[in-house]
Design a protein around this ligand. Structure first.
Ligand code: PLP
Length: 384
């Protein structure tokens, strides 16, 4: 049996998405900028995809800009705002548990002379609203805070964070929504977010495509210059197969959200309950089981090295992760698990399970049984 439990790294592309993408490559392959009918058809498809993304986010379609993925959306949001706002101040706020596509941009900006506050989080991964409030000053131009943490699934209190921004405040609020959109409810109509990043391959769409929501009136500059596509914010011929795929993935998520969220939560609970009852000395990392994102479960198996367990599970067709995929090839300890105050033994034994609606109860039960065998074996082996 093959059980894929690494959906925060990437997801399987939905069949309907593939079909739409093939059509965009084989039939309607025109360039939306071309003046003839083939171009016009592509332009229509581009608009429809933009609408599908906007509907899922609860915004206007002219507020959606296509990019090459979550990394570019985060870079564009942060650098784009910094370029346009640097006369107003040089202070940015973020958290210690952001994805590297935010943290490394911030580090680079520090080298360029900007002042960055990295907020601590508590042992469940939540930012402290008082600390955030105190960090805001009259030089602040941007705060960038993720919606859902990719390693432990903490859902940050975006509503309350957004309310900290007063009408008179001149800074912007960016949210990395890559692990959130389609899995928790984010409706931009009801929350004061200025910029939000999403990525296709985390929601059963293709890799190499994403989007950035930019609220109307936001002052942002491009980071790429060229032919002026995407209303001058993101030049480059549009990645039409990717865009169509992202649009279709968003349409599907919007139509099936409630059913899917329930299914993911039930699978996660089943996996957690199974691990708790079958495997002693296993410890939940991050928020309480009902509070975190429905698709992410992070557990430390004490006395076992996560990396060794990962490969032992792989032998039986079960795919998991020890941390985020981007950092798992580097032999560094997870900055997220460190930030929530875990000691070395807990960090070393941590495994991230991330679910999708393609998973079944049978798969979860199989994973629990194999986990139990492997953890027992590795613990016995270590004691010898
Ligand atoms: C929270 C978060 N932000 C951003 C990204 C980067 O997205 P992409 O792979 O589309 O560049 C990821 C991917 O792991 C992520 O989990």
């Amino acid at each position: 049996m093959e059980v894929y439990l690494d959906n925060s790294a990437t997801t399987k592309v939905r069949r309907e998405v593939v079909e739409k993408m093939v059509e965009a490559m084989e039939v309607e392959y025109g360039n939306p900028s071309s003046a003839h009918r083939k171009g016009y058809n592509a332009e229509k498809i581009l608009s429809k995809s933009r609408e599908d993304v906007a509907k899922l986010l609860g915004c206007e379609s002219h507020e959606v800009f296509f990019t090459s993925g979550g990394t570019e959306s985060n870079n564009l949001a942060i650098r784009g705002i910094v370029h346009s706002m640097k006369r107003n101040g040089n202070h940015l706020i973020t958290t210690k548990i952001e994805h590297p596509s935010v943290l490394n941009v911030m580090k680079q900006l520090e080298e360029e002379g900007f002042d960055v506050t990295y907020l601590d989080v508590d042992n469940h991964g939540y930012v402290d609203l008082d600390e955030l409030k105190n960090a805001i000053n009259d030089r602040t131009i941007l705060m960038s805070i993720m919606a859902v943490n990719n390693e432990i699934g903490t859902i940050e209190p975006l509503d309350e964070i957004a309310k900290l921004k007063q009408r008179k405040d001149k800074f912007y609020f960016h949210v990395d929504g890559v692990q959130a959109v389609g899995r928790i409810n984010i409706d931009l109509k009801n929350i004061n977010i200025d910029l939000l990043s999403i990525s296709g391959h985390k929601m059963h769409g293709p890799k190499g495509i994403g989007a950035l929501y930019v609220k109307k009136g936001t002052k942002i500059k491009p980071i790429l210059y060229g032919g002026g596509q995407e209303a001058n914010l993101r030049s480059g011929t549009e990645n039409m197969p990717g865009i169509v795929g992202l649009g279709e993935a968003c349409r599907f998520m919007k139509d099936n959200f409630i059913e899917y969220e329930g299914k993911l939560r039930a699978l996660k609970k089943r996996l957690y309950d199974g691990i708790k009852s079958e495997i002693p000395d296993s410890h939940l990392n991050g928020p309480d089981i009902d509070d975190g994102a429905p698709q992410i479960l992070n557990i430390s198996f004490l006395g076992v090295r996560g990396e060794v367990l990962l490969h032992a599970l792989e032998e039986e067709g079960i795919y998991v992760s020890t941390g985020s995929a981007c950092s798992s090839h580097k032999n560094t300890e997870s900055h997220v698990l460190k930030a929530i105050g875990l000691n070395h033994e807990y960090i070393e034994g941590a495994i991230r399970f991330s679910l999708s609606v393609f998973n079944t109860e049978e798969e979860i039960d199989y994973a629990i049984q194999i986990l139990k065998e492997k953890v027992n074996f590795l613990r016995r082996y270590k004691r010898r």
